[in-house]
Design a protein around this ligand. Structure first.
Ligand code: ADP
Length: 373
């Protein structure tokens, strides 16, 4: 046994300076501390080194020919994968103007030459500590998020059985003994029924969303869209008839086949159709229109209604979980506020997108865009 232990490198530091003497000085200084040090003699070479392997911290000279330190920094900050790497500027210039600009382009610190060894080490260590704390924070957040969804899922799941019991009893009451109830008694049973239905939708939606979030993969298969949409619409004919809303569809002449997960896409369309019928007054119109954009290689499915519409300020938020537009009128309409979040997630898992155009009292047009391939 020897007293000397080979220490694992503490962290990976990249030094960028066009003066070899400076590189050498910093290199020795940091290597002595056990850091893994890489050196780059120009901005261009630094960017290449970072792309191969992003370092934990960068010491960056400002004055360099061709590409100066500011530009290197700006490029790194503009890119998602390198944005978080702390950059400490090093420069002989100490006019406050340069210091300010260094921070403006995204630097976290500034060292002026000539520097003392202690100063460089102290600043590097500080920023490495922040990097480490940031990583720990992200990890804790992810763990918390996982635990939260697991808890929601199991708690929601456990509500299923008691709720089924309640619903079962309600339906027995309604068939068997309903006539013996007073009017008020019947009214209470009706309320319980309504509440139980609402709870059932909430449980189904929360579990659906949780399942989608865990990223369970889709099972796509080639589906001819016209019969698929016609079939989906059929389930809504009774509701439309009851509200005397016309429910129609327009399809292109040619057959359009796309790769979709039948069950999921069905759920997305169900939600859009159900909303269109819910938020449209009696005698309104709901139209589904499908079209193909040959140049973009996409197919568009639009669900349009001439109902109450959505105000500009709510448009950004309607896809948020649990967001419902709170109007006296809407309070009478059953819903969970999860439908559109589910739709959005399903469409995005199909590499598609969803947009909406709407105005108060003008109706709404929800448009799904899906890739043809
Ligand atoms: P909900 O269960 O409340 O219907 P959604 O996520 O499906 O939840 O929709 C969120 C909100 O967006 C609804 O509460 C409603 O206010 C509004 N909304 C959705 N679709 C329409 C529509 N076709 N017309 C008007 N408002 C709509």
């Amino acid at each position: 046994m020897t007293a000397h232990h080979e220490r694992a490198p503490l962290a990976d530091i990249l030094i960028v300076d066009d003066t070899p003497a400076n590189l050498e000085l910093l290199n020795i200084m940091l290597k002595d501390r056990g850091y893994r040090v890489r050196a780059a003699i120009s901005g261009q070479l630094a960017l290449q080194a970072i792309e191969v392997e992003p370092p934990d911290v960068i010491l960056l000279d400002i004055m360099m020919p061709r590409m100066d330190g500011y530009e290197v920094c700006e490029r790194l900050k503009a890119q998602e994968s390198t944005r978080h790497i702390p950059i400490i500027f090093i420069s002989a210039m100490h006019e406050s103007q340069n210091i300010i600009h260094a921070f403006e382009v995204g630097g976290v610190d500034y060292i002026t030459k000539p520097f003392s060894e202690q100063e460089v080490i102290a600043r590097v260590e500080n920023h490495l500590k922040i990097v480490q704390q940031r990583r720990q924070l992200i990890e804790s957040y992810e763990t918390l998020d996982r635990l939260k969804s697991r808890f929601i899922r199991s708690a929601t799941h456990d509500l299923k059985n008691p709720l089924n019991l309640i619903r079962g009893c309600i339906s027995i009451l309604k068939t068997m003994d309903y006539e013996t109830f007073t009017d008020q008694g019947q009214q209470y049973v009706e309320y319980i029924d309504q509440g139980a239905r609402q709870m059932q939708s909430l449980i189904t939606d929360i579990l659906d969303l949780a399942k989608l979030k865990t990223g369970t993969s889709l099972s796509p298969e080639p589906v001819s869209l016209e019969p698929f949409i016609v079939d989906t619409m059929a389930a809504f004919e009774v509701i439309a008839y009851d509200k005397r809303i016309t429910l129609t569809a327009k399809f292109p002449d040619e057959e359009i086949i796309v790769q979709i997960d039948r069950e999921q896409m069905r759920r997305a369309l169900d939600n859009l159709l159900s909303n269109a019928l819910k938020y449209t007054a009696e005698q309104g119109h709901v139209v589904i229109r499908m079209s193909k954009d040959e140049t973009a290689g996409t197919v568009h499915i639009s669900v349009r209604d001439n109902g109450q519409g959505i105000a500009e300020e709510d448009l950004d938020r309607i896809f948020d979980e649990f967001y419902r537009i709170d109007t006296p009128q809407n309070r009478q309409i059953e819903g969970t506020g999860l439908g559109l979040s589910i739709v959005k997630m399903i469409i995005e898992q199909h590499n598609g997108s969803i947009e909406v155009e709407s105005g108060v009292d003008e109706g709404s047009d929800f448009r799904i865009v899906l890739p043809l391939e």
